[in-house]
Design a protein. Structure first.
Length: 155
């Protein structure tokens, strides 16, 4: 009989107990490691230079942009070769960080894995009778090697 590793035990209990972490539900810890990238933030816009953001060069990738002074937490994902989406990275159910899992093309709450959101921000699953608000989705426009994310109200 093989010894049980901590990771193996967590994965088996996560799947049995309703996936307390989206990573374990996907049998990988890579889903919770969305890299943070720097961006140019100006009133109304966040701009990412794709030439300086190699993490977004491949389909299925995601990055996060965080500016605590402006209370900005945005997750940018590339679900296919020609599409980029940008949404709030904070779960509207419990406030936990969200991560993108390309296999399902959804965002999952990394705290308990209860809430699940579509790439348009709509709520797909939640843990109780009180439906969380949809995520704020941002307009994204690609201009050459730049991604412009329109953030209304951003000073």
């Amino acid at each position: 009989m093989s010894p049980v590793t901590r990771r193996g035990w967590l994965r088996s209990t996560a799947l049995f107990a309703g996936a307390p972490c989206a990573c374990f539900a996907q049998a990988s810890n890579e889903c919770c490691t969305v890299p943070e990238v720097s961006a140019v933030i100006k009133p109304g816009f966040v701009t990412l230079d794709l030439d300086r953001t190699p993490a977004l060069h491949r389909t299925g990738a995601a990055v996060k942009i965080i500016d605590t002074d402006r209370k900005l937490q945005i997750l940018v994902a590339r679900p296919d070769a020609h599409t980029f989406v940008a949404l709030d990275q904070k779960c509207t159910h419990g406030g936990g960080a969200l991560t993108y899992v390309h296999r399902h093309k959804h965002l999952y709450c990394t705290c308990w894995g209860h809430a699940k959101f579509a790439l348009d921000g709509s709520v797909l699953r939640w843990p109780n009778k009180q439906t969380p608000r949809p995520l704020r989705a941002y307009d994204v426009e690609r201009k050459g090697s730049l991604l412009e994310i329109r953030v209304e109200g951003l000073a």
